[in-house]
Write a protein that binds this ligand. Structure first.
Ligand code: NAD
Length: 488
């Protein structure tokens, strides 16, 4: 297939750039698309276009904004198959996962926020009497106003899904935006621009500038006319954005990395825990920020768990992401692949690996034989201060260690700089009420994983992030409250 030549989307028009970055299909190493290598100049042009569109977009009645957003969601649904295939080719994920998870969720993200603004909560109005008894009445009320031009920066693991989770609320609450998707997976974002044109979204309301993080991304972060940055990505870049924006006092939301624990208690349904932990460890090749990378199992059920867990891991067949039989696709990008492999080699040398071990034991069809595939891998008996336990790997690998008491399980689960999510497996009702409060993670799943009610706040504790996203929390972030006190 000929590579797609992506263009920047500014003020409703598509613009080429001088230089392009090759975006490669990690399964075949073919070039999927040519991504514009935008610089500060293009970012500035996009910000100016978003600024110019802000006034008329922000004063539209929410129901009118919702109409555009619903239309975008419908067009994503109508293009499900094409978008799923492109997402798979760009990212390496299975087309099945893109069809079932990524693309439907992208449509739902738009629809969710369109519904939120279709039924707005009423703002507060109070009557204040003068305390000194003078006969006058001051009426206080609140307004909620959009912040302005939002800078939205997204990663490569769930490309359209995570980008739409930012564009949806930014536009719904009356902001205009400039987006910078990951340079490794920009294709579906470009397709989204075309759908926005088809939906009739007014020019300049949503702009897309493609390119590297240290060039286009940083220019967006530093732009003086972008008062708000919503970022999803690594903790290192999140920290850098916090540092860079601090002197400018920007509003910043950061959704960052994790090293998520699962705790399997002795009273757990071990079949369910083994299947759930395999899913939470290996879904999307382990490239979901919410994936489990550490499992703590009560010592009395360790052998039973391991036997069942390995049996479940075997079901994650690695191969051509376009084959319906595949459950583990290719890793996204050569540098990331090499990073994951280096952890696998290290674990193998240390004697930690009990299942998997990397890339050498894969039988792949000829057309994907050069792809960036690794085998789901399970390690055990790893010291708690080893890098396999402490560092985010972001691949299909998990460490299984034991504990002997509830206190030890909690201590081990919390012994990380991250605090994104955790899963707890137990059938003891009082335990499952008690434990989540003790775990320093922003989302705790009990006897399940990845079930998301979009009304629930999503984010990270500790170095996993700052801020929360949901109907209410995203409204707080993408708007400013204004108090008006009028004396009559
Ligand atoms: P990354 O931090 O390298 O890049 C994320 C985005 O930031 C990309 O668009 C990139 O181009 C851009 N960027 C890079 N340098 C920049 C800079 N100096 N200024 C501005 N933008 C810059 O992350 P990644 O490798 O794309 O994604 C993987 C990471 O994202 C993992 O750590 C994962 O846990 C995390 N993640 C977190 C969540 C969450 O919701 N908490 C969701 C998905 C991924």
């Amino acid at each position: 297939m000929e590579p797609i030549v992506i263009q920047n989307f500014i003020n409703g028009e598509f613009y080429p750039t001088e230089e392009y970055i090759d975006s490669v299909d990690p399964a075949t190493l073919e070039i999927v698309s040519k991504v514009p290598r935008s610089k500060a100049e293009e970012v500035d042009k996009a910000v100016k276009s978003a600024e110019a569109a802000f006034e008329s977009w922000s004063i539209l009645p929410p129901s009118k904004r919702a109409q555009f957003i619903f239309k975008i969601a419908d067009l994503i649904d109508a293009n499900l198959e094409r978008l799923a295939l492109l997402e798979s080719r760009d990212q390496g994920k299975t087309v099945g996962a893109a069809r079932m998870i990524d693309i439907p969720r992208a449509a739902e993200n738009f629809r969710f926020f369109a519904k939120v603004i279709s039924n707005p909560e009423s703002e507060r109005t109070t009557l204040s009497q003068n305390a000194r008894g003078t006969p006058f009445t001051a009426i206080s009320s609140t307004n909620r106003v959009p912040v302005g031009v939002a800078g939205l920066i997204s990663p490569w693991n769930l490309p359209l899904y995570l980008l739409s989770w930012k564009i949806g609320p930014a536009l719904a609450f009356g902001n205009t935006c400039v987006c910078k998707p990951s340079e490794m997976t920009s294709t579906t974002a470009f397709e989204l621009c075309k759908l926005m044109v088809e939906a009739g979204l007014p020019a300049g309301v949503c702009n897309m500038v493609f390119g590297y993080g240290h060039e286009a991304g940083e220019a967006l972060v530093l732009h003086p006319d972008v008062p708000l940055i919503s970022f999803t990505g690594s903790t290192a870049i999140g920290a850098r954005i916090m540092e860079k924006t601090a002197p400018m006092v920007k509003k910043v939301s950061l959704e960052l990395g994790g090293k998520n624990p699962a705790i399997v208690f002795e009273d757990a349904d071990i079949n369910a825990a083994a299947a759930g932990c395999a899913r939470s460890s290996f879904t999307n090749q382990g490239e979901v920020c919410l994936c489990t990378e550490r499992i703590y199992v009560h010592e009395s059920v360790y052998d039973e768990f391991m036997q069942k867990f390995i049996a479940e891991a075997r079901k994650f067949t690695v191969g051509d992401p376009r084959s319906p039989a595949t459950r583990c696709g290719a890793l996204c990008g050569k540098p990331h692949f090499e990073k994951v492999i280096s952890y696998f080699e290290y674990a193998k040398e240390k004697g930690y690996v009990v299942y998997g071990h990397g890339k050498n034991n894969l039988e792949l069809p000829e057309h994907v034989s050069k792809g960036l595939f690794v085998h789901p891998t399970i390690c055990t008996k790893v010291p708690e201060d080893d890098k396999m336990v402490t560092e985010e790997i972001f691949g299909p690998v998990t460490v299984v260690n034991t504990f002997s008491s509830e206190a030890e399980a909690i201590q081990k689960a919390n012994a990380t700089k991250y605090g994104l999510c955790a899963t707890v497996w137990s059938q003891d009702l009082s335990r499952v009420q008690r434990i989540p409060r003790k775990i320093k993670a922003a989302t705790v799943w009990v006897n399940c994983w990845l079930i998301r009610d979009l009304h629930m706040p999503f984010g990270g504790m500790k170095t996993s992030g700052v801020g929360r996203e949901s109907a209410v929390e995203s409204m707080e972030f993408f708007t400013e409250q204004q108090t008006i006190c009028s004396l009559f």
